[in-house]
Design a protein around this ligand. Structure first.
Ligand code: ZN
Length: 76
């Protein structure tokens, strides 16, 4: 296995890590539903982009019923 020839100094290590910080994401708000969205992407809640309907949004299923519970109901 390859081994480093010499130890890196703290300064070299810190200089390398100076580019590792995460940048804050730039959020916009949907003009229709006011939901936070990423720029240049359609709103995933209402499906609009630049005030046009571009996606069909399916309504969310009822909460509380998982796959197992549905299978139980089918057996009955
Ligand atoms: Zn929206």
């Amino acid at each position: 296995m390859a081994l480093p020839k010499k130890r890196h100094t703290k300064a070299a290590r810190n200089q390398r890590r100076s580019h590792h910080a995460l940048k804050k994401i730039n959020l916009f708000y949907c003009a229709k539903c006011k939901e936070p969205i990423l720029p240049h992407r359609a709103c995933l809640k209402c499906g609009t982009y630049a005030s046009r309907q571009v996606l069909e949004i399916k309504e969310k299923k009822e909460k509380g019923k998982g796959k197992k519970e549905k299978k139980k109901e089918e057996r009955k």
